[in-house]
Each structure stands twice: as C-alpha cells, then as structure tokens.
Design a binder for this molecule. Structure first.
Ligand code: ADP
Ligand code: MG
Length: 201
C-alpha cells in the first residue's frame, strides 16, 4: 500500500521572500495544514546550482516556455515570441541572477499529497493570476508583462516542486540524505491514524 505520510516536496523561499521579511509567514502556511518539516537550510546558491536545479527535468525548458505563451494569450496579449525554447533560454539567465542574488531558505516538507498541497498553497507562477489566499496571490504583485519590460525574472517569493518526480530529484540536489530528519509529530495521530482510542480520559 502507498505510504501517504512519506511523500516529500522541496520548497525554496527565494531571495525576495527573505527580503520581504515573509519567511515566517510562508513557513506558517505550510506548517498549519499539517505537513511536517523534515529538512531546512539557509544558503546563498551560486548560478551553477540554480541552472542545474531548473534543468534536472529536460522537459522543463519546453513546458515553461509554453506556459508563458499561454499566460500572455489568456489575457488576450501577444507573447514576445512564439518559440517556447527561446523564452526559456532568456529566462534561465534571469533566473540564475535572481536566485543567486541573496540568501534563500531551502526546506523539505513531508506528508500526504505534499507536492500537490504545497503547490495549492503556493499558487500559480504569475502573481497577477495566482489565486487570492495563496502565498503568491496574497503577498506579491508581479506579472509576465512587467518582468519582461524590465528584462528580469518574475519575483514570486517561493519555489515549490511541480511533481513527485521533480521533488525527488530536487531534494537530492539540495540536501544530503543525512540532512533530512526522520521523526514523529504528535499531530500525525489525528491526521492519519484509523484508531482514535486514547483521546478521552
Ligand atoms: P513555478 O515556479 O511556478 O514552478 P516555472 O517552473 O515555470 O514556475 O518557472 C520557474 C520560475 O521562473 C518561476 O517561479 C518564476 O520566478 C520564473 N518565471 C517563469 N516563467 C517566467 C517568465 N515568462 N518570465 C519571467 N519569469 C518567469
Ligand atoms: Mg517549476
């Protein structure tokens, strides 16, 4: 049987998240839903680390370019180019600059549906279009259009793995095995256990 409790995902509070003094607020949102923090480090990543992070999945280049084009078209706007690969090539350069500009906090969160739950709480890539109630929808106001005009990356406070496979690869990229801690949280009983005997005295 699938062990739901064991699913893990990677979250990075990006340099703007720290500079906006939102680390506590961001951590709180993943914590209060019931996920368990099993790894955490503060670091200043170099450009090589970031390039590797975003190219662990060879499909990311195409998918991200296509997503950007769709983001423009959904608003009835013309994308800067129709070539998804061209978009991501420029983007990767900007991402390296953005993500290595200051300290970040990398974290591993564990629990049932960790990847999907964290993406839901984080919100969509473009803050202008991300839902109210999400981190990117509540705390930042950037857009594809505005970031393009200033030739920079979208500043959206956090990174969150997009799939279980992506999470596995990214966690290995950011953490050594012995940097992740196996432990029990007392609240796991009420979140996962079938038997609730022992609550009443
Ligand atoms: P997500 O972080 O939501 O998974 P992607 O993996 O598609 O998004 O892109 C990685 C990061 O690159 C985004 O979080 C954002 O900071 C930036 N980004 C993505 N697409 C663009 C774009 N078209 N213009 C500027 N920045 C972008
Ligand atoms: Mg992504």
């Amino acid at each position: 049987m699938k062990n739901f409790k064991k699913e893990k995902t990677l979250v990075i509070i990006k340099p703007d998240g720290l500079q906006r003094s939102l680390a506590g607020e961001i951590i709180k949102r993943y914590e209060r839903i019931g996920l368990k923090l099993v790894g955490l480090k503060m670091t200043v990543p170099n450009e090589e680390m970031i390039e590797k992070h975003y190219t662990l999945d060879p499909e990311w280049v195409r998918i991200t370019g296509e997503k950007t084009i769709k983001g423009y078209k959904d608003k009835g706007m013309k994308p800067p180019t129709e070539d998804p690969l061209k978009i991501t090539k420029i983007l990767l350069k900007r991402l390296k600059k953005y993500m290595s500009s200051g300290p970040v906090i990398a974290m591993v969160w564990q629990g049932a549906h960790a990847v999907a739950i964290v993406r839901k709480i984080t919100g969509g890539t473009e803050p202008l279009a991300s839902d109210v109630g999400t981190i990117r929808g509540d705390f930042v106001l950037d857009s594809y259009e505005m970031s393009d005009v200033s030739e920079r990356c979208i500043r959206n406070l956090v990174h969150a793995s997009g799939s279980v496979k992506e999470a596995e690869d990214e966690i290995k990229h950011w953490f050594k095995e012995d940097e992740l801690i196996n432990y029990r949280l007392v609240q796991e009983q009420i979140l996962y256990d079938v038997n609730l005997d022992g609550i009443l005295e």
